[in-house]
Design a protein around this ligand. Structure first.
Ligand SMILES: Cc1cc2nc3c(=O)[nH]c(=O)nc-3n(C[C@H](O)[C@H](O)[C@H](O)COP(=O)(O)O)c2cc1C
Length: 160
Protein backbone atom coordinates (compact mmCIF):
# COMPACT_ATOMS: atom_id res chain seq x y z
CA UNK A 1 0.00 0.00 0.00
CA UNK A 2 1.30 3.45 -0.87
CA UNK A 3 0.34 6.57 1.06
CA UNK A 4 0.21 9.73 -1.06
CA UNK A 5 2.35 12.71 -0.03
CA UNK A 6 -0.84 14.82 0.33
CA UNK A 7 -2.55 12.30 2.62
CA UNK A 8 0.63 11.98 4.68
CA UNK A 9 0.99 15.78 5.05
CA UNK A 10 -2.73 16.08 5.96
CA UNK A 11 -2.36 13.41 8.64
CA UNK A 12 0.73 15.08 10.13
CA UNK A 13 -1.15 18.39 10.42
CA UNK A 14 -3.08 16.78 13.29
CA UNK A 15 0.14 16.71 15.34
CA UNK A 16 0.45 19.81 17.57
CA UNK A 17 3.96 21.00 18.33
CA UNK A 18 6.07 23.85 19.55
CA UNK A 19 8.18 25.86 17.09
CA UNK A 20 11.97 26.14 17.11
CA UNK A 21 14.65 27.95 15.14
CA UNK A 22 17.68 25.70 14.64
CA UNK A 23 20.91 27.68 14.16
CA UNK A 24 24.55 27.05 13.42
CA UNK A 25 27.74 28.98 12.68
CA UNK A 26 30.63 27.74 10.56
CA UNK A 27 33.74 29.36 9.09
CA UNK A 28 32.67 28.44 5.58
CA UNK A 29 28.99 29.45 5.66
CA UNK A 30 28.72 31.97 8.54
CA UNK A 31 25.53 32.10 10.63
CA UNK A 32 22.54 30.10 9.41
CA UNK A 33 19.15 29.26 10.83
CA UNK A 34 15.80 27.76 9.93
CA UNK A 35 12.39 27.12 11.47
CA UNK A 36 11.94 23.51 12.63
CA UNK A 37 9.04 21.77 14.36
CA UNK A 38 10.60 18.29 14.08
CA UNK A 39 12.40 18.41 17.45
CA UNK A 40 12.28 15.95 20.34
CA UNK A 41 14.23 14.86 23.38
CA UNK A 42 16.06 11.55 23.03
CA UNK A 43 18.14 10.73 26.13
CA UNK A 44 18.35 12.16 29.66
CA UNK A 45 21.88 10.98 30.52
CA UNK A 46 23.75 11.84 28.40
CA UNK A 47 21.40 14.74 27.51
CA UNK A 48 20.52 14.29 23.85
CA UNK A 49 17.90 15.71 21.49
CA UNK A 50 17.16 15.34 17.78
CA UNK A 51 15.99 17.54 14.94
CA UNK A 52 14.92 16.46 11.44
CA UNK A 53 16.25 18.71 8.68
CA UNK A 54 15.49 18.63 4.97
CA UNK A 55 18.46 17.66 2.81
CA UNK A 56 17.73 20.72 0.63
CA UNK A 57 18.03 23.21 3.54
CA UNK A 58 21.01 25.62 3.57
CA UNK A 59 21.33 25.21 7.32
CA UNK A 60 21.99 21.46 6.97
CA UNK A 61 25.23 22.20 5.13
CA UNK A 62 26.41 24.50 7.93
CA UNK A 63 25.57 21.94 10.63
CA UNK A 64 27.47 19.24 8.74
CA UNK A 65 30.42 21.65 8.47
CA UNK A 66 30.54 22.99 12.06
CA UNK A 67 29.21 19.84 13.81
CA UNK A 68 27.39 22.16 16.25
CA UNK A 69 23.89 23.61 16.37
CA UNK A 70 21.47 25.30 18.76
CA UNK A 71 17.73 24.71 19.14
CA UNK A 72 15.85 27.89 20.10
CA UNK A 73 12.26 27.27 21.26
CA UNK A 74 10.12 30.26 20.26
CA UNK A 75 7.80 32.12 22.60
CA UNK A 76 4.20 33.07 21.82
CA UNK A 77 5.06 36.49 20.32
CA UNK A 78 7.75 35.19 17.93
CA UNK A 79 5.50 34.24 15.01
CA UNK A 80 7.23 36.80 12.75
CA UNK A 81 10.60 35.28 13.63
CA UNK A 82 9.32 31.83 12.68
CA UNK A 83 8.20 33.18 9.29
CA UNK A 84 11.48 35.02 8.82
CA UNK A 85 13.48 31.81 9.35
CA UNK A 86 11.31 29.66 7.11
CA UNK A 87 12.34 31.13 3.77
CA UNK A 88 11.89 34.26 1.70
CA UNK A 89 14.86 36.11 3.20
CA UNK A 90 18.60 35.55 3.03
CA UNK A 91 20.49 34.14 6.01
CA UNK A 92 22.10 37.57 6.46
CA UNK A 93 18.69 39.30 6.66
CA UNK A 94 17.36 36.67 9.08
CA UNK A 95 20.10 37.46 11.62
CA UNK A 96 20.23 41.24 11.00
CA UNK A 97 16.66 41.54 12.28
CA UNK A 98 17.19 39.32 15.34
CA UNK A 99 18.92 39.73 18.71
CA UNK A 100 21.41 36.91 19.14
CA UNK A 101 24.76 36.00 20.63
CA UNK A 102 27.09 33.08 20.00
CA UNK A 103 26.70 30.19 22.46
CA UNK A 104 29.64 28.15 23.77
CA UNK A 105 29.61 26.07 20.57
CA UNK A 106 29.48 29.21 18.40
CA UNK A 107 25.88 28.50 17.32
CA UNK A 108 23.55 31.54 17.53
CA UNK A 109 21.42 31.72 20.69
CA UNK A 110 18.35 33.86 19.96
CA UNK A 111 18.11 36.24 22.93
CA UNK A 112 14.32 36.45 23.24
CA UNK A 113 13.44 32.77 22.72
CA UNK A 114 11.79 30.75 25.50
CA UNK A 115 14.53 28.15 25.81
CA UNK A 116 17.78 27.37 23.98
CA UNK A 117 19.87 24.20 23.83
CA UNK A 118 23.43 24.50 22.56
CA UNK A 119 24.45 21.14 21.07
CA UNK A 120 27.28 19.10 19.58
CA UNK A 121 26.35 16.69 16.76
CA UNK A 122 26.83 13.08 17.90
CA UNK A 123 25.03 11.28 15.07
CA UNK A 124 23.44 11.95 11.67
CA UNK A 125 21.13 9.52 9.89
CA UNK A 126 19.74 10.08 6.39
CA UNK A 127 16.03 9.16 6.30
CA UNK A 128 14.32 9.78 2.94
CA UNK A 129 14.09 13.53 2.27
CA UNK A 130 15.51 14.46 5.70
CA UNK A 131 18.47 14.06 8.06
CA UNK A 132 17.89 13.03 11.65
CA UNK A 133 20.53 14.96 13.56
CA UNK A 134 21.18 13.92 17.15
CA UNK A 135 22.89 16.47 19.38
CA UNK A 136 24.38 16.24 22.84
CA UNK A 137 23.38 19.29 24.86
CA UNK A 138 26.34 21.39 26.04
CA UNK A 139 24.33 24.18 27.67
CA UNK A 140 20.65 24.93 28.44
CA UNK A 141 19.15 28.42 28.74
CA UNK A 142 15.57 28.98 29.97
CA UNK A 143 13.55 32.19 30.08
CA UNK A 144 10.03 33.02 31.29
CA UNK A 145 7.06 33.06 28.90
CA UNK A 146 4.60 30.92 26.95
CA UNK A 147 5.45 28.83 23.87
CA UNK A 148 4.44 29.45 20.27
CA UNK A 149 2.45 26.44 19.01
CA UNK A 150 1.79 25.09 15.51
CA UNK A 151 -1.26 22.99 14.63
CA UNK A 152 -3.15 22.29 11.39
CA UNK A 153 -0.97 24.68 9.39
CA UNK A 154 -1.46 27.67 11.73
CA UNK A 155 0.25 29.28 14.70
CA UNK A 156 -1.61 28.89 18.01
CA UNK A 157 -1.32 30.01 21.61
CA UNK A 158 -1.95 28.16 24.89
CA UNK A 159 -5.59 28.64 25.92
CA UNK A 160 -4.98 29.44 29.56
C1 LIG B 1 6.13 26.04 11.12
C2 LIG B 1 7.21 25.48 10.24
C3 LIG B 1 7.86 24.31 10.61
C4 LIG B 1 8.90 23.77 9.84
N1 LIG B 1 9.52 22.63 10.26
C5 LIG B 1 10.54 22.10 9.53
C6 LIG B 1 11.22 20.94 9.99
O1 LIG B 1 10.91 20.37 11.04
N2 LIG B 1 12.25 20.48 9.23
C7 LIG B 1 12.61 21.07 8.04
O2 LIG B 1 13.55 20.60 7.37
N3 LIG B 1 11.98 22.19 7.58
C8 LIG B 1 10.96 22.71 8.31
N4 LIG B 1 10.33 23.85 7.87
C9 LIG B 1 10.75 24.47 6.61
C10 LIG B 1 12.03 25.31 6.76
O3 LIG B 1 11.97 26.22 7.83
C11 LIG B 1 12.32 26.11 5.46
O4 LIG B 1 12.28 25.23 4.37
C12 LIG B 1 13.65 26.82 5.54
O5 LIG B 1 13.60 28.00 4.79
C13 LIG B 1 14.78 25.99 4.96
O6 LIG B 1 15.99 26.42 5.49
P1 LIG B 1 17.15 27.13 4.65
O7 LIG B 1 16.70 28.53 4.52
O8 LIG B 1 18.30 26.91 5.56
O9 LIG B 1 17.26 26.42 3.31
C14 LIG B 1 9.29 24.41 8.64
C15 LIG B 1 8.65 25.61 8.27
C16 LIG B 1 7.63 26.14 9.05
C17 LIG B 1 6.96 27.43 8.65
Amino acid sequence: MTVSVDDFKKALQMWASGVTVVTTQSEKFGVQGMTVTAFTSVSVDPPQILVCINDAADTKVGIHESRYFAVNVLNSDQQDLSNQFSGGSSQEQRFQNTNWRAGITGAPILSDSLMSLDCKVVEKVRAGTHWIIIGEVQECMCRLGDPLLYYRGAYRQLAG
